[in-house]
Design a binder for this molecule. Sequence first.
Ligand SMILES: Nc1ncnc2c1ncn2[C@@H]1O[C@H](COP(=O)(O)OP(=O)(O)OP(=O)(O)O)[C@@H](O)[C@H]1O
Length: 362
Amino acid sequence: MKLDKVQISHFRNIDDLSLVAHGSLNVFLGENGSGKSSILEALHYLGYARSFRTHKHKNVISHEKQGFTVFCSTVAENGKQQKFGISRLANDSCIVNINGQKSKRATDLASNLPIQIFTPQSSDILLGAPKLRRRYLDWVLFHVEQSFNLDFQVFNKSLKHLNALYKSHQPDQSLSYWNDLLCEKGEAISLNRESLLNDHLIQLINANLKDFLPEFCFEISYYRGWEKGYTLADSILKNRSRDQKYGFLSVGPHKADLRIKTQGVNAYEILSRGQLRMLVAGMQLAQTQYLHAQTAKSSIFLLDDVGAELDEEKRKVFISRLNTSDTQLFVTAIDIKQLEFLENYTDKKVFHVEHGQVREEI
Ligand SMILES: Nc1ncnc2c1ncn2[C@@H]1O[C@H](COP(=O)(O)OP(=O)(O)OP(=O)(O)O)[C@@H](O)[C@H]1O
């Protein structure tokens, strides 16, 4: 899937912007505050219905406006053209539009547009809470395994009910119903994640890291969220009296984590900031490669402030690997010096960004 026409209105300092994207590489150059990141942030809304910079939608709506809109037309791998749009209003309502049909479900957009984002904050995948690492695996499964999304929704609903029953401290007949459903879906989610990681991603990540960080070897493993040798049902039973006391379920795939070590120590304790970014780059590239191999879909990759913390050689190797993985790239930089190696790429568009407007370089 590639973005073709893009239209953004009332988004931060962008009043009204239209551009026709290049199918492989788009570069946005401009001074601080010109609106480069806002363009990527607007595109991010198409894939996630949210920003990568703030949880408050109203903060991205241009001052004194009632809401913002992002529209795009796309061309799929089979040549099929589609139109997608999202508007968010100051009252927090969200309107999704797919080929002229309105929908309130943001996941309808997400399933059509596999968008990935790489920013200086992407290292949070390694430094932050396990939730971010689960999200890394789940993004791939969401786009590749049709049953995963449904299993995930049913699991979350069962977890909510079970936690509420634990908190109530009252015996309730529905406990075994929600417990059984949660165990069934929890085991399925876990098997999917384990197989994705162990059978596919680890190999791809390690191959990428041989180029990106040749001086290190990595050991990547998955902790599924409950003790080895137990079924989820047995583990829940084993922990039940303690969990009921505290009012929440402490075992299950909602507690899973991805562990990445080098030389026997957590990678984040040894690597420099730039090296951490390259580790994340290798992980994200693996997502793209797997998605493409399984579905023939290519992802749309947003690289914000690619100059930060990465030396020229690292920027070059990452962008060239993305470029040969059939992704559509949107890259921002303050000036072209940060991306000098791109001069060799003839297949690209360069946009100069000023005060929320773009001018295409001819
Ligand atoms: N809700 C808003 N309404 C209007 N303008 C806004 C709003 N929120 C932010 N801005 C302004 O929009 C501009 C765009 O910022 P953006 O982060 O996109 O710049 P940038 O080109 O990526 O800069 P940098 O190189 O510093 O990262 C900034 O000048 C910011 O002050």
